[in-house]
Design a binder for this molecule. Structure first.
Ligand code: FES
Length: 202
């Protein structure tokens, strides 16, 4: 058995995460052939087989495996958790982690509420109420204002918009603490207002 660490995670395709593994002592790994699988022991009694994704070489310095992100799967969760633990001491802006669903610990803000609030679009000055079950992304889209979006879960960063006035209640897993403290950016799909009003640079 080889002790390994999760050295990186990223999106390979929708619902599939590419996980990079390296030997924990930094040594080279045994070579493999095309189509080979490896067994990963992810925890006590939790062993899963994954196909190796790289071009075979004699003594690779990493293995990469594709992990399907079934929400019910416990395999992907230990790997993401291992990566988060391994990168805890690294400044957040130097760590790349894409979750495929929001981290409930981050998104469920115990102090947050789903109170209605008003947004003003700075471009036209128009104001709209965002109800407790609504989000701030639909308003600009309904008015033919382009705002990028993708995950609709606060995990990709696509719906980043400048907040010109008001205080945001962040419910994403993307913004760093420094960006949250700066208070001038919001991910409009998932995040809300802490007060009664936000002015967005749209
Ligand atoms: S759409 Fe992905 S973070 Fe907003």
């Amino acid at each position: 058995m080889i002790a390994a660490v999760v050295a990186g995670c990223g999106a390979l395709a929708v619902g599939i995460c590419l996980v990079e593994l390296r030997a924990s002592d930094g040594s080279r790994l045994p070579g493999f052939a095309a189509g080979d699988y490896i067994d990963l022991e992810l925890g006590p009694g939790l062993v899963r087989s994954y196909p190796l994704c790289d071009i075979p070489v004699a003594a690779p310095d990493r293995y990469r495996v594709a992990v399907a992100l079934d929400p019910a799967s416990t395999a992907a969760v230990p790997m993401l958790d291992a990566y988060v633990a391994a990168t805890e001491a690294i400044p957040p802006d130097r760590v790349h982690l894409e979750r495929f669903r929001a981290d409930p610990a981050v998104v469920t803000d115990p102090g947050g509420s789903n109170e209605s609030f008003e947004i003003q679009l700075a471009g036209t000055g128009a104001c709209f109420m965002i109800g407790s079950e609504e989000n701030s992304l639909d308003v600009p889209l309904d008015h033919d204002i382009d705002v990028e979006f993708s995950c609709m879960a606060g995990t990709c960063g696509s719906c980043r918009v400048k907040a010109l006035e008001g205080t945001s209640e962040h419910r994403d897993t993307i913004l760093t603490q420094a960006e949250r403290d700066a208070g001038d950016t919001i991910l409009v799909y998932c995040s809300r207002a802490k007060g009664s009003r936000l002015v967005l640079d749209l």
